[in-house]
Design a protein. Structure first.
Length: 315
């Protein structure tokens, strides 16, 4: 090896030299990193509120620590009479949504994958994922227009004759919430599974057809194994949001008749922090921190189990 070659191999660029040579790439990622810092990391300073007896005049840092070693806000939430009801409703809605939404998205993706008419396939795709872009309030308004007993398209002509009030019965709230969510998000959720199916080697299907495999056998032995890694990743992500179920739709659908099943941790935290006559920010911060910690633990556990069973996970 020549002396010139040794010098070239031993020479390493400094960060400044690398930055000057690839400044366009750093410029492209600068804005997302700044946004992530401002909206994800900077607000974490406010987590201290969960352990403080907050006084507006003193500010967050100078406010005294809460009693019981700073855990009084957490103990107050765990001992609250609403805790068990909110926790139960949150888990029921989250698990119900996961058990229904993911299979429906997979079934739609598999169905569209075998659609022969390209025009029909595109129309179904467009119709199925368009509801996803409807705002939450408008979507809840559509639900009310359909199921309202007095003026609803279906409620006034069908359910009203049987004495069933879909919107005002707590027993129907979870199903109404979940299946309306399927209607709104099944098309958008199927996109990622269709992308996974697009990567399936067609030679496997050809070999299966030659071996005499039926359509259902091809789906079971070729397509399903191809989308299992994607489904596991989506399951891990969804597990992290088990207690962080969005409150906007629930709050819009909530009324005094269905509150027994519609009061979840997110809506309760919203009410005690922003709607209450005397907002309790440390209490609501403690509730939010509890949700985040449980979500993190569920992600780690689910990821570990998935990695052991299938070798698919984030870590």
């Amino acid at each position: 090896m020549s002396k010139k070659t040794k010098v070239q191999i031993g020479h390493r660029k400094t960060f400044a030299q690398y930055f000057l040579g690839h400044w366009q790439l750093y410029l492209m990622i600068a804005f997302p990193i700044i946004m992530l810092f401002i909206f994800a990391y900077a607000p974490m300073y406010g987590v201290i509120l969960a352990f403080k007896d907050y006084k507006v005049s003193l500010g967050i840092w100078d406010s005294p620590w809460a009693s019981n070693h700073g855990l009084s806000n957490f103990m107050r939430f765990f001992s609250n009479y609403n805790f068990r009801e909110c926790l139960r409703n949150t888990i029921v809605l989250s698990v119900y949504s996961m058990l229904v939404s993911m299979p429906c998205s997979i079934i739609l993706a598999l169905s569209l994958n075998y659609a022969r008419n390209l025009a029909y396939k595109k129309v179904v795709q467009m119709v199925s994922y368009c509801p996803y872009f409807i705002s939450t309030i408008v979507f809840v308004g559509i639900i009310n227009m359909i199921f309202d007993n007095r003026a609803g398209v279906i409620g006034s002509f069908f359910f009203n004759n049987f004495g069933i009030n879909i919107l005002g019965n707590a027993n129907y709230f979870s199903s109404l919430y979940v299946w309306s969510g399927v209607w709104q998000g099944v098309g958008f959720g199927a996109i990622i599974y269709m992308a996974a199916l697009a990567g399936v080697d067609q030679e496997q299907h050809e070999a299966a057809i030659i071996d005499g495999a039926t359509l259902l056998q091809r789906i079971w032995y070729v397509d399903i194994p191809a989308i299992i890694p994607t489904a596991i990743i989506m399951l891990i992500l969804n597990m992290g949001g088990t207690l962080n179920i969005g409150y906007e739709k629930i709050l819009a659908m909530q009324n005094q008749n269905n509150i027994a099943m519609s009061e979840v941790i997110s809506t309760y935290s919203y009410k005690v922090s922003l709607v209450s006559t005397f907002p309790d920010f440390p209490y609501s911060t403690a509730i939010g921190l509890f949700q985040s910690l449980v979500g993190l633990i569920l992600i780690l556990i689910t990821n570990k189990i998935a990695d052991k069973l299938s070798g698919t996970g984030f870590l």
